[in-house]
Design a binder for this molecule. Structure first.
Ligand SMILES: [Zn+2]
Ligand SMILES: [Zn+2]
Length: 263
């Protein structure tokens, strides 16, 4: 359960239940409001992973969906149904057949921010090979938390939208050399590295250098490919970027995500 002592101080907490192509779910909490971004795990597995973070399913205020790829949406309908939790998704995602069985839907416009309790949720349309992929910046009490994964290329709009964040959960999907020299078939290499695929370490570093990051306190590398990336390489990129700055950096894992952090 959230620590009452921390709740009193306008603190935003966040953690990952798991990150990568086998399943994603992220929690962002402020006071009693706990939002889950995506749910790519079975009901049982989601409950298990929530328990590891000290959270009961009934505490989840709502689920917000980024896009309809299975690693993000496969658990949404079941979890929402079981615990009567509302689900926010945009129109494009809501029209996909994988979304048909999702109850308690709230359809939002990808170009308009909306409120969930004290959070202002800003959707950011991103280039990715799904119907209408978007990612999010969550803002409350003057702080902004950015979540950005499953993105093929950096846009000007993204650079603007993610500037001024206190915490950033940013995709570091693949190392270009490991991907190109690896075992993936050519078509998959092209898909992953294409403009509608995923962010390479190099693209993410370039993005970090382009955004306004003077307020950044926590930087989490997300959605790491288990085949085409390695912690040592990501770590060296993160260290190079955060050196001379007071930014905590970490790498989310598929197995455990990462523990609660706060800003
Ligand atoms: Zn994904
Ligand atoms: Zn995806």
């Amino acid at each position: 359960m959230l620590n009452g002592q921390l709740d009193a101080h306008h603190i935003i907490r966040f953690c990952s239940l798991g990150s990568g192509s086998k399943g994603n779910a992220t929690l962002i909490a402020f006071g009693e409001t706990i939002l889950m971004i995506d749910c790519g795990f079975s009901i049982k597995e989601t409950i298990r992973r929530l328990a590891l973070k000290g959270i009961k399913p009934e505490q989840i205020t709502g689920i917000i969906v980024t896009h309809e790829h299975s690693d993000h949406i496969s658990g949404v309908a079941g979890f929402s149904k079981r615990f009567a939790i509302p689900v926010w998704l945009n129109r494009g995602t809501s029209l996909h057949k994988k979304s048909e069985s999702i109850p308690h839907r709230q359809v939002f416009n990808s170009h308009h921010p909306f409120k969930i309790n004290d959070f202002e949720v800003q959707p950011i349309p991103v280039p990715h090979d799904s119907r209408e992929a978007n990612q999010f910046v969550f803002a409350t009490k003057g702080k902004r938390i950015g979540v950005l994964t499953d993105v093929g290329q950096i846009t000007e709009h993204m650079v603007h939208a993610y500037s001024g964040c206190s915490a950033l959960l940013l995709e570091f999907n693949y190392d270009t050399q490991l991907l190109m020299n690896g075992a993936y078939p050519y078509s998959l290499k092209t898909r992953v590295s294409g403009d509608l695929g995923h962010l390479s370490n190099e693209q993410s570093v370039k993005f970090l250098k382009n955004i306004e990051s003077s307020q950044l306190e926590v930087l989490a590398a997300m959605h790491k490919s288990e085949e085409n990336n390695c912690d040592t390489i990501i770590e060296s990129h993160l260290q190079a970027f955060t050196k001379d700055k007071t930014i905590e950096h970490l790498i989310a894992t598929q197995k455990e995500g990462f523990e609660w952090r706060q800003v």
